[in-house]
Write a protein that binds this ligand. Structure first.
Ligand SMILES: C[S@@+](CC[C@H](N)C(=O)[O-])C[C@H]1O[C@@H](n2cnc3c(N)ncnc32)[C@H](O)[C@@H]1O
Length: 225
């Protein structure tokens, strides 16, 4: 496992020091207001855009290859909490034919990049998408909103979900303090798994399928004891 440069260390931007008031040991509740995601936030955590763009490009390649191997199609993608739109940039290079929709919570980014403004818990465009991507977002939501967002991801996804969330164990064992925002809601993986399994089959590597995609994967791909 690439401990210092794993996806979560790069895509879940953070505080630089464990000694700051907002370190992973914080007792205060993380700020969930949209105003938190301002110019300062993105310049702090997305300074090295090339590195982050490379991670998004590799993630996209992996997800599309896996889906292709399953002999399934993706024509549309929703990137919920899309940030700077790194998946959009990657799509342009790898799969121009996939229709991309970027949705952001940050008024600053909506203004800057023209993203549709929305909250992961409540965004409801009255259409569904073949693939929903939600990378490094859910840890910013408190429990009730996060639960609502997971149910919403299930409504929005017609076929697949790519999900990446910083968990308690990731924060403890994997992510470096210099590159990871620990001022978030850290929960156990089981907290997510129990809620996701009501809607999705976990195919590993952050890829989830709707049960209706059963024809496309073998049972052992999603079986663990
Ligand atoms: C660590 S960044 C990840 C951005 C992008 N997904 C990436 O991987 O580069 C977290 C993003 O989540 C967004 N976010 C926070 N709360 C949200 C919410 N309730 N609904 C949608 N997005 C939210 C923030 O605006 C921020 O851009």
């Amino acid at each position: 496992m690439r401990t210092k440069t794993s996806p979560n260390t790069k895509t879940s931007p953070a505080k630089t020091s464990r000694n700051t008031k907002t370190s992973r040991n914080t007792k205060t509740s993380p700020d969930t207001a949209p105003a938190r995601f301002n110019a300062r936030y993105y310049s702090k955590w997305y300074g090295d855009t090339d590195d982050r763009a490379d991670i998004a490009a590799r993630a996209l390649r992996f997800v599309l290859s896996y889906i292709d191997y399953m002999d399934a199609d993706v024509d549309s993608m929703l990137d919920l909490g899309c940030g700077l739109g790194l998946w959009k940039q990657a799509l342009k290079k790898q799969a121009k034919g996939i229709r991309y929709t970027g949705v952001e919570y940050s008024p600053y980014l909506c203004e800057k990049y023209g993203w549709e403004q929305g909250d992961a818990a409540t965004y409801s465009p009255r259409k569904t998408f073949d693939l929903v991507v939600c990378q490094g977002v859910l840890q910013y939501l408190p429990d009730a909103a996060c639960e609502q967002a997971i149910a919403n991801l299930a409504k929005l996804s017609r076929r697949f979900l790519y999900l990446e969330v910083l968990t308690k164990a990731d924060a403890r064992e994997v992510c470096c303090p210099e590159g990871t925002d620990f001022d978030v809601h850290l929960r156990d993986a089981a907290w997510y798994a129990v809620r996701l399994k009501d809607h999705f089959v976990n195919l590993g590597g952050g890829v989830y399928a709707k049960p209706r995609m059963r024809d496309h994967y073998f049972e052992l791909w999603c079986t663990s004891l």
